[in-house]
Design a protein around this ligand. Structure first.
Ligand code: MG
Ligand code: ZN
Length: 214
């Protein structure tokens, strides 16, 4: 019975996601759904990406959090249009939450809209928002066992950003295992190793994003 209810919720969400997809297509905006556990560095990655892109590409952001507007304030400081969604407890964004805030962003003027999902390795991967692609961020501080423990996140993502790579000398983490397991779950996945602290790997990631939206 529980499985049936969950299936119905996902089906209802999918219909609204299809509506969002059409709105994004009409606006000519590429939409990226950024997912990770809390503290993996989604907002830091977004800041560093915006800094590198914003002279050439018009970026907009939707921030998803259970509470607070800290992330939206960080993005706002970069002079980029941003809307904060507070889910009030829900551990993921759904298509309806996105639909409700689209009127608050100049989406027809944007080249790319990044949706930063609520920090959670589980259900954000299951709820379509109408995005063109999902990207997973995994900090090496989370350990190398995460892809096999949370497979859906890695199966659904077009790219995996392995973040905080500057901390590698201080950790007993097998980054090669993260790569190997992610590829075993999703042979098509594109992997970037980055540090938002030192800037390592960020230019390659930003160049890849630009190829997708040009
Ligand atoms: Mg954040
Ligand atoms: Zn959830």
């Amino acid at each position: 019975m529980k499985l049936k209810v969950t299936t119905n919720i996902l089906t209802a969400n999918e219909k609204i996601a299809e509506g969002n997809e059409k709105i994004f297509a009409d606006a000519g905006v590429f939409v990226l759904n950024l997912m990770s556990s809390p503290g993996a560095g989604k907002t830091s990655l977004l800041e560093q990406t915006i800094i590198r892109l914003k002279d050439r590409v018009k970026v907009g952001v939707i921030e998803g959090d259970i509470a607070g507007a800290d992330d939206a304030m960080r993005i706002d400081a970069l002079g980029v249009p941003v809307v904060q969604i507070n889910t009030g407890g829900a551990c993921h964004l759904d298509a309806n939450m996105i639909n409700e805030v689209l009127g608050d962003l100049p989406i027809a003027d944007l080249d790319i809209l990044v949706i930063e999902n609520v920090g959670n390795l589980v259900c954000p991967a299951e709820f379509k928002l109408g995005e063109h692609m999902k990207v997973a961020v995994l900090s090496i501080t989370e350990g190398h066992d995460k892809p096999l423990k949370y497979p859906v996140m890695f199966q659904e993502s077009k790219a995996l950003i392995i973040n905080k790579i500057d901390l590698k000398p201080f950790l007993d983490v097998d980054v090669e295992k993260i790569r190997r397991d992610a590829i075993s779950l999703n042979p098509e996945i594109t992997i970037f190793e980055v540090s938002c602290k030192t800037g390592e790997g960020l230019d390659a990631w930003v160049a890849w994003i630009e190829t997708l939206i040009s």
